[in-house]
Design a protein around this ligand. Structure first.
Ligand code: AMP
Length: 546
């Protein structure tokens, strides 16, 4: 016997029309370069989304084309967040921090037909235009910066003019199949090229709903939310979509992401909830006393482990510890959060701080298991045994775009292998203890150890090199290069860095270079990063380190 409920697609048009109809009076505020701001109501924003929908049609952008964005967190970006998927196209948020080769690869792999780019970011994108044959238009969004003259090229269009020349789409947006792709985001791999994660309308709607639940961000109409985490990073953890569903006021920080600018916005707009990586909260900590932050009710922290001491410092200063969550681009990203539960009530404050430093318990609809990588067996949730976290759920990826790059990252029974290693207590509160993926996460962005090693080993005097992550006060992790020189050769750290400078992004340069006699190997002859990490445990970076 079948249920007799209506089969309505879980699709973004519902989110758009709900926001337009119920929350038209609410505001979206965007900070612009130079200290200004732009305010629009949701009603005005909705008209702009409707104009943008028409504009995409007018430009002849394909029915399911990838619509690239190279943008800050702004209201215009949110217009694209809805206009692309509500018209059946696929929003493709591009990471503005990637360096040219990766960016070129990603745009070409996704075959973006059009890219919307913020004025201040055009300088990073336009030099690649000749290598991006699928991109027919670059649409410039003015963000308050005064740049050099725009290139005189028929592919360059102005966003405001495009909207002004396009009538608002008059009907209701329809997406019949909720499994249609809505958005995509590339994530760095350990080796090889970045991999495309493709969100569906259904996964996006379900994930947005979870951000309204009480043991998570609990977004409500009464909130004023500022997503600091970039909108190109797993859709800013889904916060913008969650806000539209809940009817929250939204504050976008725009291009200026300094701790001072962020705290000013929180104080000025009485922000109640905001979210960012630990580096953001570390940077803001010394300045907290200078601002009235009394309206804040939650500081979401994820992307890297939220250190206990940092969270406690916030509890002491603001009466509010960090709300620690874990997830990945592949999990949309919210998968777990560590809120204190009834069974923690009898604990001391210090014990509760330990709970909050864990990555926490899975959200409804997310299943997790911990699997011993050697035996393939699940390990018990006894807080002793550790295993790789495997995840399953309706907003967890089942494969990468074009099936590329990551077949090994999914199990035969369809679970995602996360590459994170954890223990769990009997309540399923996980605690990350290690990572099998060979990456360094610096300030919320990935550095591929393997790629960096390859560049180092390209130096004629280097025999072997291994890169490991070492803890860093501000960036959480920074790369350290462990280098073995060829027999009879001598090399200095500065010589090596000089060699690397033109080859890798500036923020990839190792903060420390250690010359050693040999890289320890595993039984099968691979570099044993574990032994290296043990060898350098407790290593402190030189004072001058970034
Ligand atoms: P990304 O796909 O770039 O969002 O990165 C996801 C990865 O970041 C995870 O697989 C973890 O390795 C790491 N990560 C995310 N959140 C946390 C957290 N709360 N604690 C520790 N690591 C985290």
């Amino acid at each position: 016997m079948l249920g007799l409920m209506q089969d309505r697609p879980l699709a973004l048009p519902h989110m758009f029309h709900r926001a337009e109809q119920l929350f038209g009076h609410k505001e979206i505020i965007t900070a612009t370069a130079g200290g200004g701001e732009r305010r629009i109501t949701i009603a005005e924003w909705a008209v702009r989304v409707r104009r943008l929908a028409t504009a995409l049609d007018r430009l002849g952008i394909g029915a399911d084309a990838r619509v690239g964005t190279f943008c800050w967190n702004t209201a215009a970006h949110l217009e694209l967040y809805l206009a692309a998927p509500c018209t059946g196209r696929v929003l493709h948020t591009l990471n503005i921090r990637l360096f040219p080769d990766q960016l070129t690869y990603i745009v070409n792999h996704a075959e973006d037909e059009i890219i919307f780019v913020e004025r201040s970011l055009l300088g990073a994108l336009w030099p690649l235009a000749a290598k991006l044959p699928t991109v027919r238009y670059f649409v410039i969004i003015e963000d308050g910066t005064v740049g050099a003259d725009l290139p005189d090229d028929p592919r360059i269009l102005g966003y405001e003019r495009l909207l002004a020349e396009s009538e608002p789409f008059a009907g209701r947006f329809e997406i019949e199949d909720e499994n249609t792709a809505a958005a995509m985001c590339y994530t760095s791999g350990t080796t090889g090229n970045p991999k495309g994660v493709v969100y569906s309308h259904r996964s996006t709607m379900l994930h947005s709903l979870i951000s309204l639940t009480a043991d998570g961000p609990a977004l409500s109409e009464r909130d004023t939310v500022m997503p600091i985490v970039p909108m190109f990073h797993a859709n800013a953890w889904g916060l913008p979509y969650g806000c539209l569903l809940a009817g929250s006021t939204i504050v976008f920080p725009g291009p200026n992401m300094t701790p001072k600018a962020i705290l000013e916005l929180i104080a000025q707009h009485k922000v109640t909830l905001t979210g960012g990586v630990p580096t953001i909260w570390m940077g803001a900590l010394p300045l907290l006393d200078d601002y009235d932050l009394s309206h804040l009710r939650a500081l979401l922290c994820g992307g890297s482990a939220a250190p206990k001491a940092l969270s406690e410092a916030y509890r002491e200063k603001l009466g509010m510890p960090l709300l620690h969550a874990w997830g990945m681009t592949e999990t949309s990203p919210i998968a777990t959060a560590s809120t204190v539960r009834s069974h923690h009530a009898a604990m001391t404050e210090d014990q509760r701080a330990d709970v909050r430093a864990r990555q926490g318990q899975a959200f409804p609809l997310v299943d997790l298991r911990l699997v011993d990588p050697d035996t393939g067996e699940e390990v018990p949730w006894d807080d002793q045994h550790s295993g790789e976290i495997q995840a399953a759920g309706p907003w967890v990826a089942r494969e990468y775009y074009k099936g590329e790059g990551g077949g090994a990252q999914f199990t035969e029974d369809g679970w995602l292998r996360t590459g994170d290693v954890a223990t769990a207590d009997s309540y399923g509160f996980i605690r990350l203890v290690d990572r099998t993926k060979d990456l360094v996460k610096s300030g919320g962005e990935w550095i591929s150890s393997v790629e960096l090693e390859n560049e180092i080993m390209a130096h004629p005097k280097v025999a072997e090199a291994a890169v490991i992550a070492i803890p860093h006060q501000r960036w959480v992790e920074r790369p350290m290069a462990c280098v073995v020189t060829k027999p009879g050769e001598t090399l200095t750290a500065e010589e090596l860095l000089e060699f690397l400078r033109p080859r890798v992004a500036r923020w990839w340069l190792p903060d420390a270079v250690e010359f050693i006699d040999e890289i320890p190997k595993t039984s099968v002859g691979k570099f044993s990063k574990r032994q290296l990490r043990e060898k350098f445990a407790g290593y402190t970076l030189p004072e001058t380190s970034s």
